[in-house]
Design a protein around this ligand. Structure first.
Ligand code: ZN
Length: 194
């Protein structure tokens, strides 16, 4: 087996895979010990701060962060066999966690899960109701076709240049148009098509 040398970003020296594993293990334990001592209030404020930090990032920054993540990189480059092994280990870990869970922990976990599911259902229902309550009441200024909100655009043209349009339209600052009419007025056509 080829010995892997991984760049250690902390000290900027090369370390062997074993050394890296040991270093990460130590860091993990330190992190766990710190979290174990954390009060509920500290935990909430830490998570809130983290959430705010994440929310303030632009989509590009978010994308870059995900891409630079060691885990994401590992997942992207793994072979189907490695993928299988990882899933198997993950399932095993999960099973062990569930087996060692106290009844109280189990109740808390299930309650949280239930709340999340209920919230998710409520959101979906709201989205569905909003969706079916949308009706086509928007009328295209040119062809007078009735449209749904996502089928029309408010657009500003030099309407006076569109000489084929009636004066009541050319005098308007902006026009509400369906996609067909929008395509027509942005083309070089000089006549009306209807
Ligand atoms: Zn139209």
């Amino acid at each position: 087996m080829v010995k892997k040398y991984i760049k250690n970003t902390n000290t900027n020296k090369t370390e062997t895979a074993t050394q890296r594993k040991r270093r990460l293990q130590k860091a993990k334990e330190k992190y766990k010990a710190k979290r174990a001592k954390e009060s509920e209030g500290d935990r909430n404020s830490r998570l809130q701060k983290r959430r705010e930090q994440l929310a303030s990032k632009t989509p590009e920054q978010y994308e870059a962060r995900i891409k630079s993540n060691r885990y994401t990189q590992m997942v992207a480059s793994e072979t189907p066999e490695e993928y299988e092994v990882r899933l198997k280990q993950s399932r095993e870990r999960q099973r062990q966690q569930l087996d060692s869970e106290t009844p109280e922990h189990r109740d808390t976990r299930l309650n949280k899960q239930r709340e999340r599911t209920q919230q998710c259902r409520a959101n979906n229902l709201q989205a569905f109701e909003n969706g079916i309550n949308t009706i086509c009441i928007h009328v295209c200024d040119i062809c007078t076709k009735r449209c749904y909100p996502n089928q029309v655009r408010t657009v500003r043209y030099n309407a006076a240049a569109l000489t084929y349009l009636p004066v009541e339209l050319t005098s308007k600052i902006s026009l509400l148009l369906c996609s067909r009419c929008q395509t027509h007025v942005t083309s070089n056509k000089t006549t009306m098509w209807i």
